[in-house]
Write a protein of this length. Structure first.
Length: 64
């Protein structure tokens, strides 16, 4: 099952991964692209990015 991310989480994941790639991290896919952002986007779409998202549990619901 593929986890659903918000557009903000998606941007943060791809940006963080692109920075890792630009600094020499190993790439998890085969590609001819040289752009760290494009590589990170492809990795995200294939689900191979080694980054997890931790979310806080919602607090108690307040009934008005």
């Amino acid at each position: 099952m593929k986890e659903q991310y918000t557009r903000f989480e998606r941007a943060r994941i791809i940006g963080a991964r692109a920075l890792q790639i630009a600094k020499g991290a190993p790439i998890t896919i085969e590609t001819s692209s040289k752009s760290p952002i494009q590589i990170a986007e492809i990795e995200f779409e294939k689900g191979t990015i080694p980054i997890d998202v931790k979310r806080k549990a919602p607090s108690k619901l307040e009934v008005s």
